[in-house]
Structures are given as structure tokens and as C-alpha cells.
Write a protein that binds this ligand. Structure first.
Ligand SMILES: [Ca+2]
Ligand SMILES: [Ca+2]
Ligand SMILES: [Ca+2]
Length: 368
């Protein structure tokens, strides 16, 4: 079986070599090249272009030498407003403890299948290229318009990449895993270099955006893009400013070790509650107690109340409010008893917190 595979592979290489030879012997003259440049705009999709025998070698020859403009930029950019950290340098990203992410490189087990597919590409994809379970679970790649052959999956320089087949479409990535705070990917463009607008979404909506300079994919170059977020990332959209087809590879996702999400001074890997509630005062059920929310061993007093609220809410069936509410109030009384013993609060503050707990609409209240 392996022997056959090798033979097929050799045959594949031979076909490529013959077709390359053909291309070099029929390399168009300059005027022809200009014509081809004009033609490129007439194709609606990448697969149409490939089927028409578009000469990428000739097209590459007329393009100016590329210089990645990202090199001149800061390779790590912290956006204070959105809390997002952007990376355009892979080394810098890895140095920030992001070397433990789940990688999807889109390499199929059977690389000889038909490589246009319809939305979406995910773990359930079952076609010539991918079997169910071959794509990592928790991610889904699709274009914003549902049509046949919306995605094109070619092998460029011996690695498979995902291309938005129709130029006008956005290339979108959905993330359905709950705690993905970091995503990275390699980006390029199908018909020439240009900018790609990247939007990052969480459950609250648009978190922030970034524009990256992406190279022409047929040069074999790619731009690195990485992002870290305080809020879990649920979706990323990619849109070429030049109306070109976005090309995606090596999508990584997860959580970096060496970061401090809640900015409490404890890195995630040593933080028992990496998403501490960092409000200045303790707020219960929307009621501000005015009592200082102190931090100890990487956790805040509000974190302790939050753990209790979560366990109470988990027991809520819709008709056991009264008993659960009483359970919550006595749970808070226990917590504040220890706070009082440790002299974190005064007895007057303990009463204030108890009153807030009594008046809070718990089970439930999810205003975070
Ligand atoms: Ca790949
Ligand atoms: Ca922390
Ligand atoms: Ca913490």
C-alpha cells in the first residue's frame, strides 16, 4: 500500500514537472503579461482561475519584489482600549508562553482529493480530502456567503491552505470551545500582496480589530498574526482590503501560559483563578457593597462569592428559588465569618455584605 502511495506520488511529481516545463516554454511576452494582469480581475473565484490554466509563474514574474511592511512595525502591539495584544512576529508570540496551542495545519491524510468544498470546513467535513475527525474539533471555517465551492484548498509549496474561493467573500473562523483566549495563524493573499482587515469577536460582540500586511501566497511567504484577548474569542473574520481571496494556514488556538489575563500580577500558569473579578469593591447581584475587594494569593474576595453563586445557580431548577436563596445567604455568611476572623472586614462590613446577599436576586444574576 505504501509502495503504491509512493508510486502515485512520483507520478504526481512527474506530472508537475512536465506541466512546469510547458509553462516555461510558453512564458508570455510582456504585452501578454499585462493582458493577464487585466484578466485576473475578470475571474470571480480562485478555482475558476485555476481551471482556466492561469499562469501563476508568469504572474509572479511581473510582480514587484515584496518587502513585508510588518517587519518595520512593532511586532507586539498592546491595544489598551480593547485589552487585545497583537503579534506579527512568531518568535515574540512563542516567547510570551504561547507555544502550547492546538495546531490545525490543514494537511489531509489523502492529499489527492477534489479541493473545492462548500461551507463549512470543520471536524464533520467528509469529502475526498478530509474524513470526519481529521480537522481539529472546536473550529469551523467558512465564508460569509453560502454557495457551492465557497472554499478552495490547494497545496502551495507543499502545504495545504484554506482559500476563500470567491474574491468578494470574507473568510471567517468560528471557535466553539469555551476558553480560547489566544489564536494565531499564517495569512497571505491569492492574487498579490495587500492588507487584510482582521476582526476579533467574543460573546459581547466585536472586541477589536487589526490590519495586517499580507504577502502574495505564490511567493511561498506568509504573514504571522497572533492575538491574545481577556475575553474568550468566539469568532475571527478576515477581509482583504483589495477584494482579493484570503489564504489561511496553521491556525492555532488555546491559552498561553506566560500571560496574566486578570492583570493581578500572577501569571496564568500560577493563578488558581486566572479570570479574577477585579472590581474595586464587592458587588453581589448588582448591589455594590462598598467593601473593598481585596486580592490574596491571586484570588479576590469577589472570586470566592462568585464560586458560591456558580454552585448555587447550577442547582437551580426554576422552582427551588426560595431554598437556594437561603442556601446562598448562609453560604455568604460562612465566607464573611472567615473574612472577619482574618480581619479582612469589620463586623459592620460583614452586615453590609449579608444585607446585599439577602437582597440579591440569586440564584441568577449574570452581569459581568
Ligand atoms: Ca498547511
Ligand atoms: Ca492573573
Ligand atoms: Ca487571579
Amino acid at each position: 500500500m505504501k509502495h503504491f502511495k509512493t508510486m502515485y506520488y512520483m507520478l504526481f511529481i512527474a506530472v508537475i514537472m512536465v506541466s512546469c516545463e510547458k509553462e516555461t516554454t510558453t512564458l508570455p511576452e510582456n504585452s501578454k503579461l499585462n493582458e493577464q494582469e487585466k484578466d485576473i480581475l475578470e475571474f470571480k473565484s480562485v478555482s475558476e482561475m485555476v481551471d482556466a490554466g492561469f499562469d501563476f509563474n508568469a504572474h509572479r514574474a511581473i510582480l514587484p519584489t515584496q518587502k513585508s511592511s510588518n517587519d518595520q512595525l512593532n511586532s507586539k502591539i498592546i491595544d489598551e482600549e480593547s485589552g487585545l495584544i497583537f503579534y506579527t512576529d512568531r518568535e515574540e508570540f512563542l516567547n510570551d508562553g504561547c507555544d502550547n496551542l492546538t495546531l490545525e495545519n490543514f494537511e489531509p491524510t489523502n492529499p489527492f482529493g477534489i479541493n473545492t468544498i462548500s461551507n463549512p470546513l470543520n471536524e464533520n467535513t467528509d469529502n475526498d480530502l478530509y474524513s470526519p475527525g481529521e480537522i481539529q474539533s472546536g473550529i469551523s471555517i467558512y465564508t460569509d456567503v453560502n454557495r457551492e465551492n465557497s472554499l478552495y484548498i490547494p497545496s502551495i509549496n507543499s502545504t495545504f491552505k484554506i482559500v476563500a474561493n470567491y474574491y468578494v467573500d470574507y473568510l471567517n473562523i468560528d471557535i466553539s470551545l469555551p476558553y480560547i483566549y489566544t489564536v494565531s495563524m499564517n495569512l497571505s493573499l491569492w492574487s498579490g500582496s495587500g492588507n487584510i482587515d482582521i476582526q476579533i469577536f467574543g460573546n459581547s460582540g466585536l472586541i477589536g480589530s487589526f490590519t495586517i500586511s499580507a504577502p502574495y501566497t505564490h511567493f511561498g511567504e506568509e504573514a504571522f498574526f497572533g492575538v491574545q484577548s481577556i475575553e474568550p474569542i468566539t469568532k475571527i473574520t478576515l477581509n482583504s482590503q483589495t477584494g482579493d481571496a484570503e489564504v489561511l494556514d496553521n491556525l492555532s488556538f488555546g491559552t498561553c501560559n506566560n500571560t496574566d489575563f486578570d492583570r493581578d500580577g500572577c501569571l496564568n500558569e500560577e493563578d488558581p483563578s486566572p479570570h479574577s473579578i477585579m472590581t474595586e469593591t464587592i458587588i453581589i447581584g448588582g448591589i455594590n457593597t462598598g467593601v473593598l475587594n481585596k486580592l490574596e494569593s491571586c484570588s479576590t474576595m469577589s472570586d470566592e462569592i462568585d464560586v458560591l453563586i456558580r454552585s448555587i445557580n447550577a442547582e437551580y431548577t426554576g422552582n427551588n428559588y426560595d431554598s437556594l436563596h437561603k442556601k446562598f445567604v448562609s453560604g455568604v455568611a460562612q465566607i464573611t465569618y472567615y473574612w472577619r476572623l482574618k480581619r479582612k472586614i469589620t463586623s459592620k462590613q460583614r452586615t453590609t455584605i449579608s444585607n446585599a446577599a439577602w437582597n440579591a436576586n440569586i440564584p441568577f444574576w449574570e452581569d459581568k
